[in-house]
Structures are given as C-alpha cells and as structure tokens.
Design a protein around this ligand. Structure first.
Ligand code: OSB
Ligand code: MG
Length: 373
C-alpha cells in the first residue's frame, strides 16, 4: 500500500429512518443520525468511513457531536500534520489522544477504503480471508408484547436468517426466550444480548437461561465489570460473550485471560478500527476463543467492511450482519447487502466494497463540514 496525503476530511451527517423501531435495554431508536467521513488526498484518491457512534452516549461514551468535535479539533489536524500515511499508521498518529475509539476507527476506515481503491484491491484480499460468504444473524429488539416479538422472529426466519439474537432486560428475558426457542425449534441458533442491563445480584436469575441451549449471553453486566462477568461465566453454562467491555486489544487479552470472555463480539468501531479488530481476531483464534462480528445498524459502508472482516476464519459464529433492509428501506450504496440462503456475500469491489448512491446520499444529508490542512 502506498501512503496517501490527506488534503480534505469531509464530515457528512445523514439522517435515515429505521423501517421499524429498534428497542434495546438502553433505549428505543426510530431513526439514525450517522456521521460519514470522506477522505480526499493529493494523489487524487477518495475513501469513505462510517462512524458507528450513536446520537446519545447510551451504548458507549461516544456520541455524534462529540466525534465531530474531537475530529475537528484534534484528529484531523494530527492527520494533516502527519502527511503521507497508510491506514496502518492511523492508530499511531492518533494514539496520544485517549479513548474516542469510534472516531479513530472511522478515520482509519476512510484511509483503508482509499488505499484499497488506489491499489485496486478488495478488503477481503488484503485480509487474506478464505470465505466468499458469511452466515447472517439478525438482532431482534424488545417489543411491547410477546405476540409482536414472535411475529417479528417468524418474519426473520422466513427471510432465512441463520441465527436469532434477542435483546433482553429484566422483565423481558426468560419467557420471551422460552417462547422464541419453542417457535424456532432446537436447531436454529439463538442468543441473547442484555446491553449491561443486569448486575452481579442477577447471577441466579440468569442461570435460568441455561435450559434454552443458547449460543451465548452477550454483555449481561456493566461495561467495567470484568470480574462480575468472570463470576457469571463460572456460575452458568451459557457462554458469556463481551461486547461493550472490550474497547481495545489489551482489554480483549485481559478479559480472555481472566475468564470473563468465553466469546467476543468484535465491533471494529468499538475497538478503535478494523486493523485492531483483526489483531483481536488473531489473538482469540490462537486461544480458541470464538469471535463474531457485531453490528451498529451500519449503512452499506460499514456492512460491506464487516462482511469482509467476518470472512476471516476465526469468525466461527454468525455475525450481526443482516441485510440492509433489516433497518433501512433504502441504503446509501448502489448494491445493498442482501441475504441469500441465510448468508451475505463478501463484496468483491476494490476498497471496502461499496459504491455510494450519491443522489440518494445527497437527499438525506443534513450537513457537510470540510476540514483542510
Ligand atoms: O449491542 O450489539 C449491540 C445496535 C446498536 C448498538 C448496540 C448493539 C446493536 C445491535 C444491532 O444489537 C446489531 C446490528 O447492527 O444488527
Ligand atoms: Mg451487544
């Protein structure tokens, strides 16, 4: 990969309505305000990244306005000052700024897309991944009634999804899981995600999930409660998987080492970028810890990149890589991710693997800010 010299970093905010409200233990979303990063370079190359930060700091500390601020004031100036850079240099260039993983990841992603396009290479090739399609799982929100939940799950089963993930919280756990397991039968993969809604006092309660043969329970306890997750993992049979708690390579190593993470949900945005995600994947593979690719309701930009990442061999569980239509009536890319036989195809276009639908993108753009050296 040849280094690229950034001449402009575009911060573009877009608005997209969700096809159906998505409720988790941290809140309900009906639309998304997403930050896209456009990178232009003196070599005449363009690349795009998608920031996975939500509009409020309710999943992690980051939120869209904060990301815009930290990029505008600190990160873009550092990248301009660094001059010609490869995507692999971005982590180090931004390394002296603490935290802000999603901001860093989105910037690295734009460099990655640009340099892959310049080289005429796909992300999949660069990763040296073997599979050309990956199984597709779907994340199902919390509903007002069990009937609505079962109807939604049946719809996803009819679409062919390879596994179902149910969002849970206290008061919406054992019974919904029991009824969904009855509906989908013993063969279809089923897992749950609590987004930190439980405490160490709930260990006995969560043990009741053991009878449903779940693939895993994702992030039951608080983000910083690694020892609580270790104790839970020892107490129940359902494998404990961490999402929110893993914000870096080191945290992944430590969580595995102490037995707090029996499985890891790898989200590139949460860990500071795709290249760090690959390092976590490699480490987990060496330690026989299964990983899967999480989702953050991405547009076709992030979805394309996630498909390529998830085609690495260590991603042995289906990811939250659903069809674009799971969340959006119309995607911002020309070839939205689609599901065929329960799988999504790994993109084979140079770059991260998407082409923007520029007319539609412009029509949903709420603001554009252009940063230059
Ligand atoms: O915890 O995995 C999560 C969406 C937003 C924030 C956090 C999470 C999720 C999901 C949806 O579960 C995953 C997807 O994009 O399909
Ligand atoms: Mg999660």
């Amino acid at each position: 990969m040849s280094p690229l010299t950034p001449t402009e970093i575009e911060l573009r905010r877009i608005h997209l309505d969700l096809v159906t409200p998505f409720r988790t233990s941290f809140g309900s979303q009906t639309s998304r305000e997403i930050l896209l990063i456009g990178l232009r370079t003196s070599e005449g190359v363009e690349g795009w990244g998608e920031c996975v930060a939500l509009i409020d700091p309710v999943y992690s500390p980051e939120y869209v306005d904060g990301v815009v601020d930290v990029i505008d004031r600190f990160m873009a100036p550092a990248l301009f000052a660094a001059g010609p850079s490869r995507a692999a240099d971005v982590v180090e260039t931004l390394g002296h700024f603490k935290g802000h993983q999603m901001a860093k990841a989105a910037l690295e992603m734009a460099f990655l897309d640009a340099e892959l396009r310049a080289a005429g290479t796909t992300f999949h090739q660069r990763l040296g991944a073997n599979r050309d399609r990956v199984p597709s799982g779907v994340s199902v929100g919390i509903f007002g009634t069990i009937d609505e939940l079962l109807a939604a799950v049946q719809g996803y089963i009819d679409e062919g999804y390879a596994r179902i993930k149910l969002k849970i919280e206290p008061g919406w756990d054992i019974e919904p899981v029991r009824l969904v397991r009855e509906l989908i039968g013993p063969e279809t993969g089923l897992q749950v995600d609590a987004n930190t809604a439980y405490t160490r006092a709930d260990i006995e309660h969560l043990r009741r999930l053991d009878e449903f043969d779940l693939l895993l329970i994702e992030q039951p306890l608080e983000t910083d409660d690694l020892l609580g997750h270790r104790d839970l993992a020892r107490a129940i049979n359902t494998p404990v998987c961490l999402d929110e708690s893993i914000e870096s390579f080191t945290q992944a190593v430590d969580a595995v080492e102490i037995g707090a993470a029996e499985i890891i949900n790898i989200k590139p945005g949460r860990v500071g970028g795709y290249l760090t995600a690959v390092r976590i994947h490699d480490m987990c593979r060496a330690k026989n810890i299964p990983v899967w690719c999480g989702g953050m309701l991405e547009t076709g930009i992030g979805r394309a990149a996630n498909c390529a990442l998830a085609s690495l061999d260590g991603f042995t569980l289906p990811g939250d890589i659903s069809a674009s239509t799971r969340f959006y009536a119309r995607d911002i890319v020309l070839e939205p991710i689609a599901i065929v036989d329960g799988h999504v195809a790994v993109p084979d276009a140079p770059g991260l693997g998407f082409e923007l639908d520029n007319d539609f993108l412009d029509s949903i753009t709420s603001s554009v800010q252009r940063l230059s050296p």
